[in-house]
Each structure stands twice: as C-alpha cells, then as structure tokens.
Design a protein around this ligand. Structure first.
Ligand code: HSX
Ligand code: ADE
Length: 243
C-alpha cells in the first residue's frame, strides 16, 4: 500500500525532518474518525482531552489500517529496522503486531525497572500529566548493541518527554534510531522541537512520523457519557446501575 508522506514545509506544524500523512486520504480519515477522547471528568488524568488508544485496538479495521501504514513504511530495505522498540504500555499494542509483520525482534522499553536482567535506566522524565512517582524508562543492557538500527513506537506524542527517555537509552546502548513513530501527535506541545532541543541537542536530527495530528480530531469524537452528571465512579463488582 502506498503511504503518502508530507515532507518539510514552512506551514508544516511538525517542522524539520519529520512527517505526517496527508489528512485527507481515506485511510487517515477513517483512523481520525475512530480516535475517541474523554474530558477530565472521565479521564484518569487531568488533561483537556484524554485520547483513548482502545478506540483503535477495539476497531479491527482502523487497527489494521494503522499497522498496514507502519508496515508499509518500514518494510522497504532502506527503511527496515533491525528491531522495533516499544514503550510501556500503549506502545506495546502497536509495536507487537508491527514487529511480527516486519519479522524483527520487539524490544520492550519498561517503566520503573519492571524488566529482569541488568538494566540501564534513563534520566527522570515528565509527560503531559504527572505521575505520583518518579518516572524512568529501563532497558536490558544486552537488548541492543552498536550497529542495530531501530524504530521507537508509542501510541502518541504530547510533550515528547517519554520519547526522549527512550532515545537516551537506545543511543546509550550504541544503537541508531531510524525514526520515532506514533499514531497521534499533539502538535500544540511542539514535541518534535522539544525532543530535538533536549539533552543539548543530542537528538537534533531525529526523524518523527505520526499518522494523524490531534488538531484534525473533532469535538464529536468525545465519548463522555452524556447523562452522567457527577464525576466518574469506578464501580466495584458487577455492572448493575451502569449508564
Ligand atoms: C502516555 O504518555 C502515552 O502512552 C505516551 O507514552 C506518553 C506521551 O506523553 P509525553 O511524554 O509525550 O508527554 O503514557
Ligand atoms: N499521554 C500524554 N498525554 C496524553 C493525552 N492527552 N491522552 C492520552 N494519553 C496521554
């Protein structure tokens, strides 16, 4: 399948060596239409729009389109990685089918030393929302080596803090990053510029690919339950009085 890419350009919100696909193409419109969000009232975190990856994973057609676009992009000999490196936890849902289709290993970037073995850990990083604990990414020290060329996969990029931690680890192990890819980029945070400016410009040439941008996701994609006036409750036990 042909994957159109929009290159650099003055009015490109993702400036520099980074790409998003033409939002008017039919596949992209389908994925954009499928991506739901929730307001803070129904979200686990206080962000204006909490984007829900399960709107893609629970929609087999949209999910397949996402994976097909990525497989097509990374299967050409010149762009094929030796490894797919996916972020804990939502990056796993995208990285796993992608790695299987490409026939390359899937490396799991884990949060807070959840993986066994001898680990390397990133510096602390922050995201669009703050967790209660210090956040660090960890990678097994023998997961990658010099000469490996990887793509880094996550569901979305907001501030780019998470991706920066992954770049740091992959580069510290001597591997090369071909590209960072995600389904959705929250362009208003300027994640690409932030990533490139971080660590004194260590990742200034990194290429970033996103399938869609949040500015193209309309208000109608909000899935807040309309008749639920109070703050959401997490219901114990069986679903009896739910909506
Ligand atoms: C969420 O925040 C997503 O799954 C990404 O891993 C991350 C994106 O936020 P940011 O680090 O770009 O601000 O956990
Ligand atoms: N991670 C960081 N920002 C997010 C957002 N707005 N929605 C879902 N996950 C996120």
């Amino acid at each position: 399948r042909e994957v159109p890419s929009r290159g650099t350009g003055k009015d490109d919100p993702i400036k520099g060596k980074s790409y998003a696909i033409d939002p008017s193409s039919p596949d992209i419109r389908k994925i954009t239409k499928a991506f739901r969000w929730y307001s803070p009232q129904f979200s686990p975190k206080e962000v204006p729009r909490f984007y829900d990856l399960s709107s893609i994973t629970e929609n087999p057609t949209a999910f397949r389109d996402v994976i097909d676009i990525l497989v097509s992009r990374y299967s050409a000999p010149s762009s094929k990685p030796t490894h797919v490196v996916a972020f804990d936890a939502r990056g796993f849902a995208i990285g796993a089918p992608l790695a299987v289709q490409l026939g390359v290993p899937l490396v799991l970037l884990r949060k807070s030393s959840k993986n066994p073995g001898i680990l390397v850990q990133s510096e602390g990083y922050t995201k669009e929302y703050k967790e209660d604990h210090d956040e660090r990414m960890c990678l097994r020290i023998d997961a990658l080596k010099p000469g490996d060329s990887v793509i880094l996969v996550d569901d979305l990029l907001a501030t780019g803090g998470t991706v920066t931690a992954g770049l740091e680890l992959v580069c510290n192990l001597g591997a090369t990053v071909l590209e960072v890819c995600c389904i959705l980029i929250l362009s208003s945070f300027n994640p690409v510029s932030r990533i490139r400016a971080s660590h004194d410009g260590r990742f200034k040439d990194v290429s970033v690919f996103s399938i869609i941008e949040d500015s193209s996701i309309p208000p109608i994609n909000c899935r807040d339950p309309v008749n639920w006036k109070e703050r959401r409750r997490i219901i114990d036990g069986e679903r009896t009085d739910f909506i």
